[in-house]
Design a protein around this ligand. Sequence first.
Ligand SMILES: [Zn+2]
Length: 63
Amino acid sequence: MPIFEYQCDSCKQEFEKLVFAGDEPDITCPECKSRDVTKKMSAASFMGKSMGTCAADAPKGFS
Ligand SMILES: [Zn+2]
């Protein structure tokens, strides 16, 4: 389940949202309820995709 990071363009609040595959619900800022938000790539989904290629973040003995 991907977690996306969003940043509100109005108040600059950053927040995370679980988004199901193929589902892009209306995202609103939890702070000011604005829909003017920008989606960012979450660190969690980055880790999942780069597993095995990003040796710096891998625990010792991972490979
Ligand atoms: Zn906001």
